[in-house]
Design a protein around this ligand. Structure first.
Ligand code: SF4
Length: 245
């Protein structure tokens, strides 16, 4: 859900990462539904994808035992570290200056997989699309998928079980990389693997998207239509949406 609160020093917008990336990376007209807290009925692809995520998590638990990682180990970039699948919460806080009260955007979520390898912080996301056709000739992920991975990559982290304001920690690194695996659901193996190092362009893409998201949520700029019929067809809000094509 996307929420707006008028805090003492900031107007605070909080949202989960997927609703942020789905709004700016897929369709801006989803924002009012997310602000109302309306959940779209899950598609078969989403149901199947969740089941496959759970299966991957269970398989990893069967095969590996993850020891708790100490603060000293997190600080030591030369150590490779890996967190259990789906066990890490993320929080990205991004302040935006305005002529009035500043805005604070808080994006929270849970990444599929996070690890540090050879001083590189890596966020890995698995997608289980209903059809692989649209990935056939694609050499990069869709904008929303990239935004989601970048948001996790630029967050602070917390152990899935931890509660409280002191739970957030950083993972020292010298560079950042995202990996998006498009999985073949029948074979349960990657069909495409997209990878990227976080550079200035990626950073600019993330932060300008967060800024646009904040302005859209607050109604400072109007929402734009993607004008793509094939995006409306699988949309879970199509029965309620006046902008449906
Ligand atoms: S039906 Fe189309 S315009 Fe409406 S929210 Fe869905 S994708 Fe956006």
């Amino acid at each position: 859900m996307i929420e707006v609160k008028d805090g003492k020093n900031y107007r605070v917008i909080s949202s989960n990462v997927t609703e942020f990336s789905d709004s700016v990376g897929y369709c801006e007209h989803k924002i009012p539904f997310f602000m109302e807290g309306l959940k779209a009925p899950p598609s078969q692809a989403v149901i199947r994808g969740s089941a496959m995520h759970e299966a991957a998590e269970a398989k990893e638990k069967e095969q590996f035992v993850f020891e708790p990682i100490t603060a000293a180990e997190l600080a030591d970039m030369t150590r490779n570290v890996e967190f259990a699948r789906e066990d890490i919460s993320t929080r990205l806080m991004f302040p935006i200056k305005t002529q009035d009260k500043p805005i604070m955007v808080i994006l929270f979520g849970r990444a599929d997989k996070i690890y540090r390898m050879d001083e590189t912080l890596v966020v890995e996301e698995d997608k289980f699309p209903a059809s692989l056709d649209r990935y056939e000739g694609r050499f990069e992920p869709f904008a929303g998928q990239k935004l989601q991975a970048l948001a996790y990559l630029n967050s602070r982290f917390a152990d899935g079980q931890e509660q409280g304001p002191d739970k957030w920690f950083d993972i020292n690194h010298s560079k950042k990389e995202w990996v998006i695996r498009i999985m073949d659901r029948e074979k349960n193996e990657p069909f495409r693997i997209y990878k990227g190092v976080q550079n200035e362009e990626a950073e600019q893409f993330l932060y300008s998207s967060i800024e646009r998201f904040a302005y859209l949520v607050l109604g400072i700029v109007p929402r734009e239509h993607h004008n793509t019929m094939s995006k409306c067809r699988p949309c879970g809000y199509k029965d309620k949406c006046e902008f449906r094509l």
